[in-house]
Design a protein. Sequence first.
Length: 164
Amino acid sequence: MEVAKPIVVVNRMMPQESETVASLFRDVLLRIPYYNDVAKTSELAKYSSYLLRESMAVDPDSVLVAKTEQRLVGFCISRPDDGVIWLSWFGVHHSHRREGVGSALLEKLDETVRNGRSHKIWCDSRTDNRESLSVLRRHNYVQLCTVRNHWYGQDFILWEKLLG
C-alpha cells in the first residue's frame, strides 16, 4: 500500500517565521556532507533571522517557505542579481525529503520569476550533490559549466533556467 504524500503549500515567508526558517536552514546546512567547515560557517552567517527579514523587505518573494499541515518543512531563498534571479538556497527538512517539497519550492520560484521578477534564474550546486543535480535537471535547469577549486576551495556546477 502506497502512503499518500502530504499536501505541500508554498508561500512567501512571513516576518514572524524568520527564526524558524533560519533554524531550518541551519539544520539542513549542517547535515549536508558536501560543504567544508569554512563554507558552512560563512553560509550560516548570511542567512540569519535578521538577514532573512531584510531580504524579504527588499524583495517579498526572496524567501519562500513550504509547509505541510502547518509545519514549516522547506525554504527557497533567492535574490535579484543584475537583472536575473540568483537561487541562493533551497532545502527540505530531512524527515520530509522525497515528498515533493523541493519541487513545490522550485515551481513557486518559477511562478514568482515569471510574474515580473526576471526572465532567468541561475544557481550553483556542489558537483557531488546528487540530490540537487537530479532535482535541478528535472526542473529544466541547464548545466552551464563546472568551476573547479572555486568558492571555499570546492568544485561547483553553474546552472541556468530561462523563463521567457
